[in-house]
Design a protein. Structure first.
Length: 241
């Protein structure tokens, strides 16, 4: 179980707790302890007992699963204000994936029993959490369709655009996607091989779509890159007439 000093802030960075009254903030403050992890540190391992959940204050984290064959699939990336490990807080079991920092990261930790009791006392937070879980379920369903039907070029282009939309920053070379990931990590996110990721990035660069600077990626032509990711059309029959 994480150990740390009481948090200085009160979790305001998470939208789940927006609108709470003073008494609720004080109650939440008493539950929280702050923990810090350096870049590339494991926060929790897949299969470990789930003691509670984390609120990310600063830094970025990847949530990933490893197959029996050793293949890694990044489930999602999380940044400040996002919640980590909340699903395992309800089933009294273990973490279903592992979490690893992508940069120096500060988190607030709340024990599972305290969080469940807090939700009981504040159902408005529980409803927000339910909304979050519902949207994530839809996102995972979309990712399954994308993996099944879209080629590697489209998947990598869509991933770069999503990163830029979520974490992007303007820079002289273009829009920095906001995350300095290895080629292997990019491949894990897009569900393609590392070799394919390297080859596709080179093609994007040759086409003037992106600029590369070490592990940093800059989108040079967002509109043209987006044209590669036309919405997937799914129908139940070929002839609609």
């Amino acid at each position: 179980m994480p150990q740390g000093k009481s948090a200085v802030c009160r979790g305001e960075c998470s939208w789940l707790f927006a609108g709470l009254g003073v008494a609720a903030w004080e109650e939440l403050h008493r539950m929280i302890c702050s923990v810090r992890f350096a870049r590339a540190e494991i926060i929790f391992q897949e299969g470990e007992p789930a003691f509670g959940l984390y609120i990310i204050c600063t830094g970025k984290v990847k949530l990933a699963k490893r197959s029996p064959e050793g293949k890694i699939q990044i489930m999602k990336l999380l940044g400040p204000g996002e919640i980590l490990g909340e699903k395992s807080s309800f089933d009294h079991e273990v973490y279903s994936a592992y979490a690893k920092t992508l940069e120096d990261t500060k988190l607030h930790f709340i024990e599972r029993a305290d969080f469940i009791d807090f939700l009981t006392q504040h159902p408005e937070v529980a409803l927000k959490l339910l909304d979050k879980l519902s949207r994530e379920l839809k996102a995972f369903q979309g990712k399954l369709i994308e993996t099944a039907y879209q080629n590697s070029t489209l998947r990598l282009a869509r991933m770069l655009l999503l990163m830029a939309k979520t974490y992007g920053e303007p820079a002289p070379l273009g829009i920095y996607v906001g995350l300095e990931l290895s080629r292997a990590e990019l491949a894990e996110m897009a569900s393609i091989s590392t070799e394919t990721a390297i080859r596709t990035l080179s093609q994007f660069k040759d086409q003037g779509l992106i600029e590369l600077e070490g592990h940093k990626i800059y989108i040079h032509d967002r509109e043209k890159l987006a044209s590669l990711t036309e919405p997937l059309r799914v129908t139940l029959r070929e002839n609609l007439l």
